[in-house]
Design a binder for this molecule. Structure first.
Ligand code: ADP
Ligand code: MG
Length: 214
C-alpha cells in the first residue's frame, strides 16, 4: 500500500480514539505502581497530536506530520511519557526524510525508529518493566515480518501480538526505571502502564492501516 498524509492523519486519529477509550484502565494501572495519571497523559498527548496533524494540509509530507505530532505531544504532556513519545515521533520523522509517501517497508522502518527513539531517550533496557518491554519486541516482530515480505498491516499486526506478550511479561518484572522503580519488589505482579498503553497504540495502528487498505 501507499501510506500518504491522509493515512498518517487517520492513524493519529485512530490512536487518539483508542487511547481515550482505554484512559481509565491506564490510569488504574498507573495508580497501582505510579501516580495514576498515565491514561490522562496519553489522552492529552494523542488528542494534541491528532489535532495538530489534522490541521496540516493534504500536501504535508510524512516527516512534517511526525514532527508536528512530536511537538504537540511534548507540549501537551508533563509526565515522563511526553518526551518518550515525542522522541519516537521525531525519529519516525527522521526515518521518513525526503519521502512524499511511505511504502510498506518504509512505514515499518518508521515504526522501528519509534521504538529505538523511546529506547534512546529513556535509556531503559529490556526487563526493566517499562514501555520498552512492549515496544522492543514489537519493533523486532515488525522488522522480521517485513524482512520476510509481510506488508505493513501484517507486520504491525505481528508487532501488536509481540507487544501484548511483552506487556504481560512486565508483571513478573521488578521496576528499575521511572516512578515505579522506588517500589522495588513491590512492583512485581502488576503490568507496567506504559507497556499496556503501547499495546493499545500499536493495535490501533494495525487497525487503522487495515481500514486504510480497503
Ligand atoms: P510519570 O511516571 O511521569 O507519571 P506516565 O505515567 O505518563 O509518566 O508514564 C509512566 C510510564 O512511562 C511507565 O509505566 C513506563 O512504561 C514509562 N517509563 C518511565 N520511565 C521510562 C524510561 N526511562 N524509559 C522508558 N519508559 C519509561
Ligand atoms: Mg504516571
Amino acid at each position: 500500500m501507499t501510506i500518504d498524509a491522509t493515512t498518517l492523519k487517520s492513524i493519529f486519529s485512530d490512536i487518539a480514539t483508542a487511547i481515550a477509550a482505554d484512559r481509565d484502565r491506564l490510569c488504574a494501572l498507573d495508580g497501582v505502581i505510579g501516580d495514576a495519571d498515565h491514561g490522562i497523559a496519553m489522552e492529552l498527548g494523542f488528542n494534541a497530536a491528532r489535532d495538530a496533524v489534522s490541521a496540516l494540509g493534504a500536501e504535508a509530507d510524512p516527516t512534517t506530520i511526525f514532527n508536528t505530532a512530536a511537538k504537540a505531544f511534548l507540549n501537551a504532556v508533563g509526565a515522563s511519557s511526553g518526551p518518550l513519545y515525542a522522541t519516537a515521533f521525531m525519529r519516525a520523522g527522521a526515518s521518513a526524510k525526503g519521502k512524499s509517501v511511505l511504502s510498506d517497508a518504509e512505514f515499518v522502518e518508521a515504526f522501528r525508529a519509534m521504538a529505538q527513539g523511546i529506547r534512546d531517550r529513556g535509556k531503559a533496557e529490556p526487563g526493566e518493566k517499562t514501555m520498552i518491554d512492549a515496544w522492543v519486541p514489537a519493533a523486532d516482530a515488525a522488522a522480521s515480518a517485513s524482512a520476510q515480505g509481510a506488508n505493513a498491516v501484517a507486520a504491525v499486526e505481528a508487532a501488536a501480538s509481540a507487544a501484548a506478550e511483552g506487556a504481560e511479561a512486565t508483571k513478573a518484572m521488578v521496576a528499575a526505571k521511572g516512578r515505579s522503580a522506588r517500589l522495588g519488589d513491590r512492583s512485581i505482579g502488576h503490568v507496567d502502564p506504559g507497556a499496556a498503553s503501547a499495546v493499545t497504540v500499536i493495535t490501533a495502528i494495525a487497525r487503522s492501516l487495515t481500514a486504510a487498505q480497503t
